[in-house]
Design a protein around this ligand. Sequence first.
Ligand SMILES: C[S@@+](CC[C@H](N)C(=O)[O-])C[C@H]1O[C@@H](n2cnc3c(N)ncnc32)[C@H](O)[C@@H]1O
Length: 306
Amino acid sequence: MLYHTPVLLDETVDYLVTDRSGVYFEGTIGFGGHTKKILSKLTKSAKYIGTDKDSTAYDHCRTLFKDDNRVKLYNTSFTNILNVSRIEFIEKYDGIFADLGVSSFQLDNKDSGFTYRENSPLDLRMDKSKGYPASFVVNTFKEEEIANIIYKYGEERNSRSIAKRIVEHRKVSKIETTEQLRRIVEEITPSRVVNKALSRIFQALRIFVNDELNELEDFLEKSLSVLKIGGRIVMITFHSLEDRIVKEFFKQQTLTCVCPPEFPICVCDTTPSLKILTKKPVVPTDEEIDENSRSRSAKLRVAEKI
Ligand SMILES: C[S@@+](CC[C@H](N)C(=O)[O-])C[C@H]1O[C@@H](n2cnc3c(N)ncnc32)[C@H](O)[C@@H]1O
């Protein structure tokens, strides 16, 4: 069974591996597609630390890499990079990598509850032991809050009318399943755009319940503090908001002055900590998109610690 096709695989490995015997951190091991290829480039004395929030992905990789003593895996958020590094006695990494979002397995698997195509509990959390499910949001949040989530994280223009219909519906019966939410959206969306609207709404709720954007910012900050000089951060994003966070973070770390523009001279003494290696993001080739349509929105950005 194919769980997930890794995107921008060669590009990731080429940018990430600067020392074949180095120490690497992968925040989103998923089903180990990138991990396998990266490990194949590393020597026996390399070290590889990986995390994933999703217990199915973690269990899969634990089995996959059980005989590889370079690999240490944790079923936790990548925001725990500092704790995990402490446990492993690692001070600095040669490379830090994350391939954000969800895997094809999570999207396609009925029991994961990520897809509107299957009927399952409306949950959408990667780690079901933390936070609250998406059903809590649609059943208890104010109409305006629901609309804002759908608009901000899903960029769905019909967010207000969808939120209104959700609130009308929940007065009659609680919305507990992906199918209930799908039907509500179908009632008020023209059929030619309904699948796009459903993808956006489910994506918006997923980003919100997993706190994905805040976790990303936190991860970038922490990663920088444990990256060696010359070490690289390699990030693959699938959503414009994620990409903007990575791009802005990298840019911010290249600045030589952060004084307000009205200051006549620089008093901030800022020293840049990153050099951007991808002026424009690397995107999949047409061939890759033909072979794996889910790669089409992928963007890879890389920066090196200086
Ligand atoms: C696109 S998939 C990664 C696929 C992987 N590169 C592969 O080749 O199989 C994204 C993975 O990141 C995990 N994930 C997302 N956010 C996370 C976070 N904050 N911490 C840890 N894992 C996270 C998801 O559970 C999912 O397994």
